[in-house]
Design a protein around this ligand. Structure first.
Ligand code: SAH
Length: 326
């Protein structure tokens, strides 16, 4: 998965801009500007509760086309002081997407990994970043645990398995996914928040509680396809286990708030108010399309329930709205 997506020469993200109607998939910031704007307001609110630090990083992990950051910055400009002190840091492996981001966002500092983020208060956002970090799949059959692996079968890539005696059985047979890459990223981010202050907002599709199941998936032209077909030409992701992610942030010593759905987050942040204000400027089909886009973001049958939002903060920081501690 890591090679298919990130190989310097042949990796999926390294060679293309995969977003939108003409690409392979569409993400929330590309659906409506309101998504990024509400996140911008969230960031400004966190910055205020951090005591408006005179220097701070606004970090985005895997910014894609830079649309979210562009919309977030536009919305947060209305909060006095925020735009004057913000330093933009973008964590991105793709040279193609870095160029697109530079056009959208303007001056920023790029990083190839989370490990080089600056030592200062940080507000860290990520939409559909963690699903792209590689997972391992373990399979339990008759009480024995195997790791699923990919190899050559008759000249084509195919799935096989090897024994994984170091993994404790799960209690029942089936597939269980563990992402060391995601866990490691979450621990590092938690450490940054603890050491320098700040908050992190992670949005992705996935489940609140760890659960058995095979969620590895591949996409091309907005259709699901075979994971081992056309390596480097298709997007490969898996659902994010937010319980594991929370464990990562907590072991980095950040405070993790109970996960909410994308619908809960967007509705509480004022999706319909902002939507109405923008819709008033539109007419006919444009207005209809705009309302459809907002529905896509927040409806239960679309992205509203499948997508979850995790917030982690430096210890002692007020719980950021609309999160609530149990
Ligand atoms: N956040 C954007 C894009 C999501 S796609 C949006 O919502 O539209 C995933 C993004 O993460 C892409 O920008 C991709 O190039 C980047 N990416 C994938 N793996 C990465 C890694 N290991 N390190 C840094 N960036 C990565």
């Amino acid at each position: 998965m890591a090679l298919c997506l990130g190989h310097p020469q042949h990796g999926y993200y390294m060679t293309r801009d995969p977003f939108g109607q003409a690409g392979d998939f569409t993400t929330a910031p590309e659906i409506s500007q309101v998504f990024g704007e509400l996140i911008g307001i969230w960031c400004a609110q966190v910055w205020q509760s951090l005591g408006k630090p005179p220097r701070f990083s606004l970090v985005e992990l895997g910014p894609g086309r830079g649309t979210l950051m562009q919309d977030a910055l536009r919305a947060s400009r209305k909060i006095a002081g925020f735009a004057d002190t913000v330093q933009i840091h973008l964590v991105e492996i793709s040279p193609v997407l870095r160029k697109v981001q530079e056009k959208a966002v303007g001056p920023a500092q790029w990083h190839g990994s989370i490990s080089t983020l600056p030592h200062q208060p940080s507000i860290i956002i990520a939409n559909e970043f963690f699903d792209a970090l590689p997972v391992k799949q373990y399979e339990q059959e008759n009480g024995l645990v195997y790791e699923r692996v990919v190899g050559l079968q008759d000249g084509k890539l195919g799935f096989g398995r090897i024994e994984a005696p170091s993994i404790k059985p799960f209690g029942k047979d089936g597939i269980f996914e563990i992402s060391h890459a995601r866990l490691h990223a979450a621990v590092t981010l938690g450490q940054v928040l603890k050491a320098f202050g700040g908050a992190s907002l992670i949005i992705d599709y996935g489940h609140r509680k760890s659960a058995m199941g095979d969620t590895l998936q591949a996409m091309k032209d907005h259709q699901f396809c075979n994971i081992t077909d056309s390596p480097g030409e298709i997007d490969i992701t898996s659902h994010v286990d937010f319980e594991q992610l929370g464990v990562g942030f907590a072991s980095g010593r950040a405070h993790v708030h109970p996960v909410i759905t994308q619908a809960e987050f967007l509705n509480a942040m004022g999706l319909s108010l902002r939507g109405e204000a923008l819709a008033r400027k539109l007419e006919g089909q444009d207005r209809e399309d705009f309302h459809q886009a907002l529905k896509r973001l927040a409806d239960d049958t679309e992205m509203g329930q499948l997508f979850k939002v995790l917030a982690a903060t430096s210890p002692g920081l007020a719980t950021p709205f609309p999160f609530e501690d149990a």
